[in-house]
Design a binder for this molecule. Structure first.
Ligand SMILES: Nc1nc2c(ncn2[C@@H]2O[C@H](COP(=O)(O)OP(=O)(O)O)[C@@H](O)[C@H]2O)c(=O)[nH]1
Ligand SMILES: [Mg+2]
Length: 338
């Protein structure tokens, strides 16, 4: 749970050992700019590992912070997120766009079995140099995906991706997180999965910019559409903002409906840009990221203080009744930020 976040590293100079191990950051970043897939892989691994080199990486990437469109896909396991991602990659490639794919699994490690199927499916695109595909585990960092995913997105963006598709395992918090980092969030459902109840429970209606009812080749797809339409009409949350959440049917396994999904994603992007929300969402996203890094940094400093005199002394004074714990915390904070 307590793998040190990058902020722990961020506050410190890059150790010589890191350079010796061959993280020649300026070279990596230059190769990234030329779209070298190995540079993409290496840099995303640095993000995954919360490498101390990240501070230098991010400083070099800042001026070329790309403007890739970020599209999140979420939904229950087995609903067809990976299959749909692959179909969407194909649809975007037909439009001549460069596509990044980030499969984020907040729980299982990078090499875990959960992503094996995804990799096999993604083989379709393995030889296409306009597609970058990476899986990423957050390895139980405090703050979860909050800083790692935005940094990985920055890497893919700087590699020249026009659009990045982020697939997350649909389990509660992950849905909310993917929504907070995407420009457009797709919520996938499929017949026979008890989605209606799930949707209501997980507050999924709130995060969806677009619903995709996948596996439309199976019985019950129309019922899912009807239930969704009913729930949306009850909430009708977006009417005043002017975006009506579309409900689309797909058969991802055959690529059916992918082009229409891309049309709607692009429509949503244009709508966001036209009313200033694209910028707003991105600023909110950067604020979340900076906040997460800040908390990491402060946590690391508190860690340094543990066993250190000032915390010990303050604690002793609390026990002795000379100072109350709030006042002690105030003193500690003052010491941290001094
Ligand atoms: N019948 C049918 N099966 C599908 C469709 N899309 C995906 N599947 C299957 O559903 C299963 C789960 O798909 P996957 O993309 O791995 O789901 P994920 O867990 O949400 O990423 C796989 O066996 C797919 O082949 C579809 O449109 N129709
Ligand atoms: Mg998947």
């Amino acid at each position: 749970m307590t793998a040190p976040g990058p902020a722990a590293a961020v506050g410190r100079p890059v150790p010589a050992a890191v350079r010796r191990r061959g993280a020649d950051v300026p070279d990596l970043v230059a190769r990234l700019g030329r779209g070298d897939p190995r540079a993409v892989a290496r840099l995303i691994s640095l993000v995954e590992d919360a490498s101390p080199a990240l501070r230098e990486v991010m400083a070099l990437l800042a001026p070329r912070a790309g403007h890739a469109r970020v599209v999140g896909l979420t939904g229950a396991p087995g609903v067809g997120k990976s299959t749909s991602t692959s179909a969407l990659v194909a649809a975007y490639r037909r439009r001549g766009l460069r596509v990044g794919v980030l499969a984020v699994d907040p729980s299982s490690p990078f090499s875990g079995g959960a992503l094996l199927g995804d990799r096999v499916r993604m083989q379709d695109h393995a030889t296409d140099d306009g597609v970058f595909i990476r899986s990423m585990a957050s390895r139980g960092h405090l703050g979860g995906l909050s800083w790692a995913t935005p940094q990985a997105l920055r890497v893919l963006s700087a590699a020249g991706c026009d659009v990045v598709l982020v697939e997350t395992v649909g389990v509660g918090q992950a849905e909310v997180e993917v929504a907070s980092l995407a420009d457009t969030t797709l919520v996938l459902m499929a017949p026979g999965m008890g989605d209606g109840i799930q949707a209501a429970k997980a507050g999924i209606l709130e995060v969806a910019d677009l619903f995709v009812v996948n596996k439309a080749d199976r019985d019950g797809a129309d019922t899912v559409v009807r239930d969704l339409r009913h729930m949306l009409s009850l909430g009708d949350r977006r009417t005043d903002e002017g975006w009506r959440v579309p409900i689309l049917k797909t058969v991802a396994a055959k690529g059916e409906g992918a082009d229409e999904v891309v049309d709607r994603i692009e429509e949503h992007g244009a709508w966001l840009a036209a009313n200033g929300q694209l910028e707003q969402r991105r600023v909110r996203r950067a604020a979340d990221e900076v906040e997460a890094l800040t908390l990491d940094l402060l946590r690391a400093r508190i860690g340094d203080l543990r066993g250190n005199e000032s915390l010990g002394l303050l604690a002793a004074r609390v026990v002795a009744g000379e100072i109350d714990p709030y006042a002690a915390a105030d003193e500690l904070v003052a010491g941290l930020t001094a």
